[in-house]
Design a protein around this ligand. Structure first.
Ligand code: FES
Length: 249
C-alpha cells in the first residue's frame, strides 16, 4: 500500500506548528498504525530529517501511552481500539490520512503528536489510592465482594488513561477519566474509607485542568476501553454526597 500522511509537526510547546505531507510506500495492511509511522520515521532519519515524535509503549492497548487524532477522531475510526491496535487494513491503497495531537487545554503539546498528560497524574495523585494496613498480606477472601460490584469495578478499572475522552469532548472535559478512576475504588469495600475525600479531591483537581461535562457522550464513543457514561453519573452522585457531608460537618 501507499499512503499519504498529513502530520502535525511542532518542534516544541511554544513553537508554531503546521501540517507536513509525507508519502509512505511499501506499507503492509498487517502493520499497525504505529508500525506504519515507524516506517515513515526510518525514512525521515535516512534523509537526515527529524522523525515524528509520538508516545507509545506497550503497543497492546494496555498502557494508555499512545493516542492522537486520526482524521479528526481520537484513536481513529475503529471503536474500542487504541491507536496502537489500529491496523492499516482499515485503509485502502492511496488513502490520505491526517494525524494531529490530542487538542485540549489540559494537554499542552510537547512535540509533534506528543502531549503532556500530567493533569491525569495530578487527578490520580489527589485520590486514586487506598489506605492499607502494614503487615502480612490479608487472606484474599477476607472481604467478600458481590460479583456484580466486582464486575462493575473492573469495568471502570479498564480505563487506560490515554486521554481520548478529553480530546473527543467539545468541552475538553475530564469527567470520564475521573469517573473511571474514582469508581473502581469507591465501589469496592477497600476503597470505602476514603470514599468522600476521594470524590472531593479528584473532582476539585479535575476542574482545575479540564472543562465541564455537558453529557455530549463523545468521550465514551472515543474510549478504547469503552468506559460507560454511567460512571459519570456515579461520579456526580459521589461528589454531591461528599459535599453534603462536608457541609454538615
Ligand atoms: S502503546 Fe500502550 S496503549 Fe497504545
Amino acid at each position: 500500500m501507499e499512503i499519504t500522511l498529513r502530520v502535525w509537526r511542532q518542534p516544541g510547546p511554544d513553537a508554531p506548528g503546521d501540517f507536513e505531507t509525507y508519502r509512505a510506500a511499501g506499507i503492509s495492511e498487517d502493520m499497525s498504525f504505529l508500525e506504519m509511522l515507524d516506517v515513515v520515521n526510518e525514512q525521515l532519519i535516512a534523509e537526515n530529517r527529524e522523525p515524528i515524535a509520538f508516545d507509545h509503549d506497550c503497543r497492546e492497548g494496555i498502557c494508555g501511552s499512545c493516542g492522537f487524532m486520526i482524521d479528526g477522531q481520537a484513536h481513529g475510526p475503529q471503536r474500542g481500539t487504541a491507536t496502537c491496535q489500529l491496523h492499516m487494513r482499515q485503509y485502502t491503497d492511496g488513502a490520505e490520512i491526517t494525524i494531529e495531537p490530542f487538542r485540549a487545554n489540559g494537554f499542552p503539546i510537547v512535540k509533534d503528536l506528543a502531549v503532556n498528560r500530567k493533569a491525569f497524574d495530578r487527578i490520580v495523585e489527589s485520590g486514586g489510592y487506598i489506605s492499607v494496613a502494614t503487615g502480612s498480606a490479608p487472606d484474599a477472601n477476607l472481604i467478600p465482594v458481590p460479583k456484580a460490584t466486582a464486575d462493575r469495578a473492573m469495568d471502570a478499572a479498564a480505563c487506560i488513561g490515554c486521554g481520548a475522552c478529553v480530546a473527543a469532548c467539545p468541552n475538553g472535559a475530564g469527567q470520564l477519566f475521573t469517573a473511571a478512576k474514582l469508581a473502581h475504588l469507591n465501589l469496592l469495600p477497600q476503597g470505602k474509607p476514603e470514599r468522600y475525600t476521594r470524590a472531593e479531591a479528584m473532582v476539585d483537581t479535575m476542574e482545575h485542568y479540564f472543562g465541564s461535562c455537558t453529557n455530549m457522550g463523545e468521550c465514551s464513543v472515543a474510549c478504547p476501553a469503552e468506559i460507560s457514561l454511567d460512571f459519570i453519573a456515579l461520579l456526580n452522585g459521589e461528589y454531591a454526597k461528599a459535599k453534603l457531608r462536608s457541609r454538615r460537618a
